[in-house]
Design a protein around this ligand. Sequence first.
Ligand code: SF4
Length: 656
Amino acid sequence: MKVTVAKSAGFCFGVDRAVNMVNELLENGKSVYTLGPIIHNPQTLKDLEKRGVVVVDSPEQVPAGGTIVIRSHGVEQSVLERVKELQLDYSDATCPFVAKIHRIVSKAAKEGKTVLIAGDANHPEVQGIRGHCDGACYIFKNTEELQNITDNILTEKDKPICVVAQTTFSVSEWENCLKIIKRVYTNATIFDTICNATAKRQSESALLSQQCDIMIVIGGKQSSNTAKLRDVCGQNCTTYLIETADELPLAALKKADCIGITAGASTPASIIKEVLDTMSEFIEGADQNLTENNAEGNFEEMLEESLKSLNTDEKVHGVVVGITPSEVYVDVGRKQAGFISASELSADPNVKPEDIVKIGDELDLLIMRTNDQEGTIMLSKKRLDAAKGWETVAAAEENEAVLTGVVTEVIKGGVIAVTNGVRVFIPASQATSSRSDSLEDLLKKEVKFRIIEVNRSRRRAVGSIRSVLKDARKEQAEKFWETAEEGKEYTGVVKSLTAYGAFVDLGGIDGMIHISELSWGRIKHPSEVINVGDTVTVYIKGLDKEKGKISLGYKRAEDNPWEILKRDYPVGTVADVTIVGMTAFGAFARIIPGIDGLIHISQIADHRIEKPQDVLKVNDVVKAKITEIDFDKKRVSLSIRALSEPEEATEENTEE
Ligand code: SF4
């Protein structure tokens, strides 16, 4: 017994894409609602249902927070507008081949053409196409219905018409209908919109069925393309349409010498495999012959392989014709539909397709993969940009040019900056001017850097932001020295503190404020006055251009407490003072910050006391009279006793 599986059996590109979209949404934790069943396959639908996918008939049925998925058949323009009106989160899985028909009929209707659609008027794809056609539109599913239109409805033979077909329309029926259209209408524009995948599947299945005793068509019984496969094959041999392996007509199969297997566009590879496994189990010889016919025996891999033909590194020029959140459609002037997935648009993973391209943009692209069977071309903008950009990056290393890029990722050990479509690694040590600066702060920022290392064979480049920052500082420093002079004021940022002072970034150069310059009072550490990151106003106290050293002043003359004392606290003033210390001969009291006076033990009370502690304690606030100030020796004498005695007595006692 010989068992042959049609190479084109199983998921088509559009269905595969739609199912993947749903899976991705589920993986991202979304509540998924599909507008109609996503696929005409009950087993897959059941599986999706178990995973939480809900099938709805209208956008109104989707609750807030749900994501609605438009299936590969597409929908009427009005439905799309409703989804947007309701502000629903949505993913549009309309097959790009169907979307292309939407554009054709929409344009034709605007130009005043009458649109003819070859297809099943009840099929959602046809209803969707009809819903993009804002004008006269007629649908026919065979030559008889077309004949009725030509004879009774669209009788003006020279009227401009536009003809399209449902993507799964029967190729032979289409050819017969075209003969009539070409004969009757003189002004018809015909678009062959039958999907290559469908046409190929039908013709391959027809051929296979001519060589077999029995054909097994695997697919949903509701699927129109599966039904067509059954019809096509049924013309040549006994054909069974089954949904699962359980429905295999084992008795009939055992009698057959040659069995052919095909599957509809919505049939997952897993079900095809299950059918093959069951046949191997129950039908003698099926296993060996299947293995013989399919060298490696891994059906899924072979199926995948048969759908692809690699044609990499070819460049094409295209025009953007559609943008969705996950891909961009490009017309590359070929029959195949061109796609750029979002991940192939830009080296920056943070940007969205609409940020990079707009409809009508002309792009140079690289072909990653063509699939002649499906009629698709997978394209990459990112790779061509990177190829072009690589030359710029490599040259920048040689001529030490400064490049501009955007930091797209913070990774272990550094950041990634994208410039000219090329990802450049910038190690943490080269990313900021100081190791203490956060790498996260660079994320999504534009940065300038030099290329410090290039590995041509691996196309890897290493950059340095620090190198550019260093140069910028050098330039600023040169400008600083040109105008720097003692007494000049600057605003700077405190960079670091040490036990003996604070370093201040003056913009390109650092200066130091000695601890004694920070305060008129006595401090133990600079942090009592300023902190790292503070913006401070300083002035140059001293300069050493040769050594590149600058000493800065911070405290101001007008803040000098002795000046304040001279102005506001002349001898004789009575002030509220705070006791800050005691000795055997008296108590020290703070008059203002930075100035403490002595209250001699004889001046603490109007009677004799043994020690100051008999009357005072630290932190007491008392009234005292300033009796003497020695500005040279920086000494102030205070008296509490003077407040309770006549002036003369005080003077007397003071002189004593
Ligand atoms: S059959 Fe063709 S048009 Fe239809 S979904 Fe599949 S790839 Fe798209």
